[in-house]
Ligand binder design. Structure first.
Ligand code: PLP
Length: 441
């Protein structure tokens, strides 16, 4: 099949296998080769591939109605999914504004934050603070908030310069300190930044509770998010948790922020919300943030043609019900512990592995050329790229992640298989991964 004219390949000069079908944690190409989906695609296919219950729901919903426009109708699946998400979300995060991608979810959160302060009579609060080593999406608003140097580079003149705070990256502490003697300088930096810019100008702070693609599953030290919440409260700055990658059970809790029992004002979700069976994401908003909008303009100034699409929301609802039925959040915690244990074993054996981290089934492996002084490989080498290729040849998919703050380089991969993975399958995954790592020595 000649696909040369379709712009679906990320790198135009590379060949990609043609996906044929999937079953559970496995994908098969049209030549019959089997791949373990060790990254759930882009950390998306949480319930695995080819789940017939979901296919049935899609068919039934399509027979009833696939599309209604949100200014004319609501729909039963959208209403039920919004209701179900209330049970999943922490505290008073009870409202869902449905969109189609994670980028739209974070960008809508940005807009809601600005609108919230306008409705409260504080229109100068328009800046969103964020961290370096973060990814909040590819559209310009979301990219403005993203501290992903590579993805920003071409568009810098068009971007608001939002990222301003260092990440809680203990393996390569930006302040060259060690926890707990550091006294959480990375969190304290938020306060100094707010004071420097002026709280009157700042609407919100956005962060991935566990840093995904731009950090390879970086888990902050204890007390970090509690301190972030205190600082946000002190300066009237909203706290947005970007859980597009880490949410919906991926890290062994419904939302990753729950590991620290901290209450966000808004949560962005996507990816695992439909497990890849339909494009859907949501900006989840707390009662506190909705209150002035409800009593004020009564309209969130955002939305897309496909927002709250009946077909996509029916899939979202079915996926959450499937996760509840099969207790996949608990399973993510259990299998994640096992996966981390096995990755730590590999770290003991192979000095090329500098760090292993993560929670639940969101794990990261960072590679170094020298384990003692953590020197990364030269950027031209990209060990992760070579490793990803080797894994793929051997029938395992892992996801590229950049790690390292600017000037530090850093090479890493994410391992995040579907939450349905069995113990024997995990062993199979590790076996292939180890074979590939061994070849890098
Ligand atoms: N936020 C986070 C934390 C992500 O990991 C991603 C995608 O990887 C996004 C936002 C953007 O989501 P999407 O690619 O669906 O637009």
């Amino acid at each position: 099949m000649n696909m040369a004219s379709y712009l679906i390949k990320p790198f135009l000069d590379q060949e990609y296998p043609i996906a044929d079908y999937g079953k559970g944690i496995y994908l098969y190409d049209n030549e019959g080769k089997e791949y373990i989906d060790g990254s759930s695609g882009a950390v998306t296919a949480s319930i695995g591939h080819g789940v017939l219950e979901i296919a049935d729901v899609m068919k039934e919903q399509a027979k009833k109605v696939s599309f209604v426009y949100r200014s004319q109708f609501t729909s039963e699946p959208a209403e039920k999914l919004a209701e179900k998400l209330k049970d999943w979300a922490p505290g008073d995060v009870n409202w869902s504004f449905f969109v189609n991608s994670g980028s739209e979810a974070t960008e809508t959160a940005l807009k809601v934050a600005i609108q919230y302060w306008q409705e409260k009579g504080k229109p100068s609060k328009i800046k969103i603070l964020s961290r370096w080593m973060s990814y909040h999406g590819i559209t310009l608003g979301a990219l403005s908030m993203s501290g992903h140097v590579g993805r920003r580079a071409r568009f810098t003149p068009l971007l608001e310069d939002f990222p301003s705070v260092n990440p809680p990256y203990c393996y390569r502490c930006p302040f060259h300190k060690t926890y707990p003697e550091c006294q959480l300088m990375c969190a304290e930096e938020l306060e100094t930044t707010i004071r420097r810019i002026g709280a009157d100008h700042i609407a919100a702070f956005i962060a991935e509770p566990i840093i995904g693609a731009s950090g390879a599953a970086i888990v902050p030290p204890e007390g970090y998010y509690q301190r972030i919440r205190d600082i946000c409260d002190k300066y009237e700055v909203l706290f947005i948790a970007d859980e597009v990658m880490s949410g919906i059970g991926r890290t062994g809790k419904a939302f990753a922020i729950n590991h620290w029992q901290v209450q966000p004002d808004m949560i962005a979700v996507g990816k695992g919300l439909t497990g890849g069976y339909a494009p859907l994401a949501a900006t989840m908003i707390s009662d506190r943030i909705m209150a002035p909008i409800e009593s004020g303009s009564k309209l969130i100034m955002s939305g897309h043609t496909y927002s709250a699409n009946p077909q996509s929301t029916a899939v979202g609802l079915a996926v959450l019900e499937y996760m509840e039925k099969h207790q996949l959040v608990k399973r993510s915690e259990k299998m994640g512990t096992l996966l981390l244990e096995k990755l730590h074993n590999l770290k003991q054996k192979y000095p090329i592995i500098g760090d292993v981290r993560g929670k639940g089934l969101l794990t990261g492996v960072e590679f170094v050329s020298n384990i003692f002084n953590k020197i990364p490989f030269a950027s031209e080498v990209s060990v992760s790229k070579i490793l990803i290729k080797k894994c793929m040849d051997k029938g395992l998919l892992v996801y590229p992640a950049s790690a390292g703050i600017e000037g530090h380089g850093g090479d890493a991969v994410l391992i995040a298989p579907p939450l349905v993975i069995e113990k024997e399958q995990l062993e199979q995954l590790i076996k292939i991964f180890e074979e590939a790592v061994k070849e890098l020595q």
